[in-house]
Design a binder for this molecule. Structure first.
Ligand SMILES: Cc1cc2nc3c(=O)[nH]c(=O)nc-3n(C[C@H](O)[C@H](O)[C@H](O)COP(=O)(O)O)c2cc1C
Length: 335
């Protein structure tokens, strides 16, 4: 067991979070993750209205007694302040354990959450935005390295550097995200000072993930050279696995196509239809560099248990190296 400030804050068994994923993070998927001892978030923007989100929260409660949260994504392509506030009010009224906010400064939502005692975990790809969120009073920062699937931010700082920078600068618990997909990434993140990890892509490629098998297979087949970042030219970079849809978007960006044309491919409805139909080329699917470390579809609890057990083995191995001393490590060749 790994006990950290985040396992304490959220009352979860393991310091692992499943990031919100548009269209995927509905009741059954979130409850399966909660039952595996981790924190997961219903993705508010998946639902047509605040009322529908409330129903889904109640459905999760029928499926698990464990804590869970709501993801409030305020991304340029979806943000509508009143709708966001309605989602936030429902999450607060229903007293979910935590919200994962992302996409813009969460200050305007803070009073709603603080009053209800809901923990706010704000997800950012840049230290500048993280500091702003800390001054707004968030409980923890989810710091994204450039490896992450989805909105990677403009700064392009890798996980190995941005996590210790955030730990040194922020003064609130840091949750590491971006390219983490197995026990090695988890142990490394804790070594960098993170109090937990958040993963998206690893969980998208699980048995319980509600995406079509064709698309899951693509995630398992991705190597470290098969992702690409689209929409950087409009300052909204999105890391996806490379396919016909991402090539089309990059071509549009090359000729400065109007935003509406780009959104016709990247927009939510296209993605939702493709997740259901299994058209793995027909939409832009967020995907991490860490997908190259995923070789098999497994149930969520197996992914989690392997990470925890593997991390203990890694720690034991490191301790073994320490006691072996430098000459033993190099087979007596050290001079
Ligand atoms: C398929 C997919 C959909 C995602 N959708 C959202 C979303 O709607 N809102 C959000 O805040 N993040 C979204 N993300 C990002 C994840 O929550 C998380 O930040 C990211 O996956 C972490 O990096 P990793 O993929 O390297 O684990 C998505 C990621 C994936 C893989």
């Amino acid at each position: 067991m790994f006990k950290t400030k985040i396992t304490e804050m959220l009352a979860i068994e393991h310091p692992i979070l499943m990031g919100g994923m548009q269209w995927l993070c509905r009741a059954e998927f979130v409850a399966a993750a909660a039952n595996a001892g981790i924190m997961a978030f219903l993705t508010a923007e998946t639902f047509p209205s605040a009322g529908a989100l409330r129903e889904e929260i109640r459905e999760v409660r029928r499926l698990t007694k464990r804590p869970f949260g709501v993801n409030i994504s305020m991304l340029p392509e979806v943000i509508h302040e009143e709708r966001t506030l309605d989602f936030a009010r429902v999450a607060a009224e229903e007293k979910v354990t935590a919200v994962e906010t992302a996409g813009r400064d969460p200050s305007f939502l803070m009073p709603v959450f603080k009053e209800a005692g809901v923990r706010v975990l704000h997800k950012v790809p840049s230290l500048r935005f993280a500091k702003k969120a800390v001054s707004a009073g968030v409980d923890a920062v989810i710091m994204l390295g450039l490896e992450c699937g989805g909105h990677a931010g403009m700064d392009g700082v890798p996980t190995l550097v941005i996590i210790p920078r955030a730990v040194d600068e922020l003064g609130v618990p840091v949750i590491a995200a971006g390219g983490i997909a197995d026990a090695r990434g988890f142990a490394a993140a804790l070594a960098l000072g993170a109090e937990a990890v958040l993963m998206g892509t690893r969980f998208a490629a699980t048995i319980e993930s509600p995406m079509h098998e064709n698309i899951k297979k693509r995630y398992v087949g991705v190597t470290e050279l098969d992702t690409t970042i689209i929409m950087r030219s409009i300052r909204n970079p999105l890391r996806c696995y490379r396919n016909k849809a991402t090539e089309a978007v990059l071509a549009m960006e090359g000729r400065n196509a109007p935003l509406a044309e780009i959104l016709a491919i990247v927009g939510g409805r296209v993605g939702r239809a493709a997740y259901d139909s299994g058209d793995a080329e027909g939409a832009a699917f967020p995907c991490s560099l860490g997908a190259s470390l995923i070789h098999e579809l497994k149930p969520i609890h197996e992914v989690v248990d392997e990470i925890i057990e593997g991390a203990h083995r890694i720690l034991d191995g490191l301790k073994g190296m320490e006691s072996a001393g430098p000459s033993a490590r190099t087979g007596g060749m050290a001079s």
